[in-house]
Each structure stands twice: as structure tokens, then as C-alpha cells.
Ligand binder design. Structure first.
Ligand code: SAH
Length: 462
């Protein structure tokens, strides 16, 4: 080992790691430095040393990088929510483009493709329509609400998160003063005692409707009617509920919702498509960029109204419904039954009748459908297949069936460019070519990047 813990060294940061950390070299030895950015020259303290690399913490920036900005948020460094707020926004977008490009070149071994610049936000703040604040207490017993520090469960107090909506702070302060007044205790993860665990807030950015859901370690909140009256004073308050979670778990929400005010959901729109959002439903957190992302999916799908389209990993049917208006028929597949209930309901409230939804694993539903059709002497055809898998990417059984179905186009929406690249390799080895690659910044100030890729069948499109 070259360095020992607590050694102090000086490094020039030359690269950025996948988790947003700066990477410098000392005697040819890579040093990973949290909160450092490319072109910083810094004094750092070694925190962990291995045979071929070391981790270090910033002690002092000796010469700041020209890409360095002062984070808007006072707790940007301690909070685990944002990783790269200290980086100029344009540099963040370039970092994300490069991350996708490098993964495709390195993992998929594809070099002849064009990648567009990352589509960023004009105003990369206050963009999240959903916030989940853990509630706890500090060492003096004061109630605190905020976010977890990176990789831990210690709460960094922060009521006015600058990537969330400005109304969140007002809601938290009402709940906090109610808790003090009626001696309602926050939940304690160590002892399992106390009542209030989390506060979930969602807002429909188009409609202005607001939902508050208080997660409790119990089934009753005394004097809830007083809290409801106070929360109703906030403009747009549409739904107030309790969620019961008595488990000793990291999972935030339990299955049971007790409605206190409203119909149990809020309404929002992406483009012209309307959605009902309940406390437990999945809904994209950045509606402005989601609209742009789905617009790209639509553009890459190139629909004319005659197509049969599959939307695999469809969630509550957002992409399916977006595409249905321009396709002959759309089939969505999703593993979570409640999400499919929401998808069917969303189709109904939008008067969309050419979208059908299946519950199950995409890697089982599609192959079974294909085999059954084949068995009956039919070809299971699809003109366009859209996939939007979770981070682990697509199961190879699914990709193998997609390839057999030979859609003219595949549109791949990805939240993890490493698994995206792995799957592109498979598709390119099996008759497809990568047309366009478009990164979209859904999560400014974090290292996450969403990518839409268009693939065309080599023979069918010539
Ligand atoms: N397309 C949707 C949601 C994408 S998130 C949207 O844009 O809103 C990925 C979805 O895949 C989640 O809803 C998750 O529940 C679902 N999922 C995870 N594994 C799956 C599998 N094996 N088969 C089908 N769906 C799966």
C-alpha cells in the first residue's frame, strides 16, 4: 500500500468517477476524492487505502477549478441527495453525456454512433414534484426533518430543499409545530418507539394540487382533524392521508393508507395525458423533463397511427398512454399489479381504448405471448418495442424475444447507462443498429442520467 490513512497529499483532479467523485493521481496512483471536481488542485486526507487506489477527503482547495460554483444549498455537501451541486450546470450536462458515451464505447464496444448533447433544464432547481422527508430528533431531543446524509440514516435537517417545491418547507413547519403542541414524538429507528416516520409530499405541477401523506408507526394520529384544518390553509391542498408502517424496515411506505381529506389522489398532466396519483403510485419526479423524455420516445418511435407498439416495464402506463394517441394499439407490461390498476384507470380517464395492460415479468409475459401466437400459427408482430427497465436493465430472455419479434424499431429508455450498454451489445449482435442516443437530465445536481436510444433493424429498414 502506497499511502496510509490520514496521510495528507496534494493532487490535481483530472477526471470524474461514476458517482461524481473527483479522481486525481499521486505517483500514478488513482485517488478518489469526494466533493472534488475536475481541475481542482487540492490538499486531501487519505481515508482509505487499497493496493491499487485510495479514497480521500478534501482538506483544502488550493486552486479551485474554473468549473466550480458555490452550491445554492447550504447542506449540499452533507446531504446525500445531490452529489455534484458544486459543479457548473453546463459541466454537469457534459459529464452526463460523457458517462453515457464512455459506457457505450467501453461496454457495448460500439464506436460508430452519434450522441446528442444532454438536454438540460432552463431552471435546474425546484424541479421535483415529490419529496420524502424523514422525521427524527437531534441529540437535544428537538424534532428534525430533512434528508439522509450519504450512505447513512443520520438526518441532515433541511426543510427548504432547493430541488424540491418551495411549498414543502411551509408544510413541514405546520406539521412540526403541531407535533410540538400535541407532544407527538418522531419515530426512532433504534428503539422502534415514536410515531411519525416520514412525510411524503407530492405536487401536480400543471394543476397545482398538493398531497401530504404522513407515515406513522401506528394506526392513529390524535388530533389529526386539527392538523388537517391547518394544512388545508395551504393553497392547492387536495389530499391528506396517513400511511401505516409499523415494520422495522428501510422501506418508507407501508401498504395501508388512511384517508383524512380529499379523494385519496391528486391529478396531474404530462402533455395532454391526465394522471391520478395516489400516495403509493409511481410517478416520474421531474415532470418538465419527463415531458421532454417522452417527446423523444415519440419522435424516435416515428408513429403514423398504424403501428402495434409494446411498452415493456410500463409502470402506471405513462409512456403507453403517451404513444397510444398516435398508434394503432399499445400493449403495456408491468410487474406491480397496483401500477397496472393505475394504468388501466389512467387509460379510462383519458378515454384511451387502444391500450391494454398485462401484469407480470416482461421476460415471462412477452416470451409466453410470442410462443402462444407462434403455436397458433400466427406471427406475434410488433412495429415498435419500447423498454424502460429499472437499473438492472433487461433480462436476456426478454431481449431474445424482442429480437425474434423483429420490430422495425426499438426505443430503449434507460436510467443506468452501464446496463443500457450491455443490452445494446446484445441487440447490435442480433440484427439492430444504434441510430440516435439522447441523454436527458432528469435529476440535475445528481450523477444520474436518463438516456433514450433509437435502434433500427438493419434489414427491415434498408
Ligand atoms: N415506463 C414507466 C416506468 C419505468 S420504471 C414510466 O416512465 O413512468 C421501471 C418499471 O419496471 C417499474 O414500474 C417497475 O415496477 C417495473 N419492473 C421491474 N422489473 C420488472 C420486470 N421484470 N418486468 C416488468 N416490469 C418490471
Amino acid at each position: 500500500m502506497k499511502f496510509s490513512k490520514n496521510d495528507i497529499i496534494e493532487v490535481k483532479i483530472e477526471d470524474i468517477g461514476v458517482n461524481g467523485e473527483g479522481i486525481g493521481k499521486a505517483d500514478g496512483f488513482p485517488i478518489f476524492v469526494k466533493d472534488a471536481i475536475v481541475s481542482d488542485y487540492a490538499r486531501v486526507r487519505i481515508t482509505k487505502s487499497a493496493n491499487t487506489y485510495a479514497y480521500a477527503r478534501l482538506e483544502e482547495i488550493l486552486e479551485p477549478s474554473p468549473l466550480r460554483v458555490t452550491p445554492k444549498c447550504p447542506v449540499a455537501k452533507a446531504c446525500g441527495g445531490c452529489q455534484i451541486q458544486e459543479m457548473d450546470y453546463k459541466a454537469q450536462l457534459a459529464f452526463k453525456k460523457n458517462k453515457v458515451k464512455n459506457n457505450i464505447e467501453r461496454i457495448a464496444k460500439i464506436t460508430d454512433f452519434e450522441i446528442e448533447d444532454t438536454i438540460g433544464m432552463d431552471e435546474p432547481y425546484y424541479y421535483r414534484n415529490k419529496a420524502q422527508y424523514p422525521v427524527g430528533e437531534d441529540k437535544d431531543g428537538n424534532i428534525i426533518m430533512g434528508f439522509y446524509a450519504g450512505r447513512t440514516h443520520s438526518i441532515i435537517p433541511c426543510e427548504d430543499c432547493i430541488i424540491g417545491d418551495a411549498v414543502n418547507g411551509d408544510i413541514l413547519r405546520i406539521i412540526k409545530s403541531f407535533m410540538k403542541e400535541f407532544a407527538v414524538r418522531p419515530y426512532n429507528e433504534q428503539t422502534g418507539k415514536g410515531l411519525i416516520r416520514h412525510i411524503l409530499i407530492r405536487k401536480g405541477f400543471k394543476t397545482g394540487e398538493i398531497m401530504v401523506c404522513i407515515v406513522i408507526n401506528g394506526t392513529k394520529l390524535n388530533h389529526a382533524e386539527i392538523l388537517v384544518e391547518r394544512l388545508k390553509q395551504i393553497n392547492g391542498m387536495t389530499s391528506i392521508s396517513l400511511n401505516v408502517n409499523k415494520e422495522n424496515t428501510n422501506v418508507i411506505l407501508g401498504n395501508k393508507v388512511i384517508n383524512l381529506y380529499g379523494e385519496g389522489y391528486i391529478t396531474d398532466y404530462i402533455g395532454l395525458v391526465k394522471f391520478h396519483i395516489s400516495p403509493l403510485s409511481f410517478y416520474q419526479v421531474n415532470p418538465v423533463q419527463t415531458h421532454i423524455l417522452y417527446g423523444k420516445v415519440l419522435e424516435f418511435a416515428g408513429l403514423t397511427g398504424k403501428e402495434t407498439v409494446w411498452d415493456l416495464y410500463c409502470g402506471v402506463g405513462t409512456i403507453s398512454l403517451f404513444l397510444a394517441k398516435l398508434a394503432k394499439e399499445v400493449y403495456g407490461v408491468e410487474i406491480i399489479p397496483e401500477a397496472i390498476e393505475d394504468a388501466r384507470n389512467n387509460a379510462r380517464i383519458n378515454n384511451i381504448s387502444n391500450a391494454s395492460f398485462f401484469v407480470g415479468k416482461a421476460e415471462e409475459v412477452l416470451p409466453e405471448y410470442y410462443e402462444k401466437q407462434h403455436h397458433n400459427g400466427n406471427y406475434a408482430t410488433a412495429d415498435v418495442i419500447v423498454v424502460d427497465p429499472p437499473r438492472k436493465g433487461c433480462d436476456e430472455r426478454l431481449l431474445a424475444t424482442v429480437v425474434k419479434m423483429q420490430p422495425k424499431k426499438i426505443v430503449y429508455v434507460s436510467c443506468d447507462s452501464a446496463t443500457l450498454a450491455r443490452d445494446l451489445k446484445f441487440l447490435v449482435e442480433n440484427g439492430y443498429e444504434v441510430g440516435r442516443v439522447q441523454p436527458v437530465d432528469m435529476f440535475p445536481h445528481t450523477t444520474h442520467v436518463e438516456t433514450v436510444v433509437m435502434l433500427s433493424h438493419k434489414k427491415l429498414t434498408v
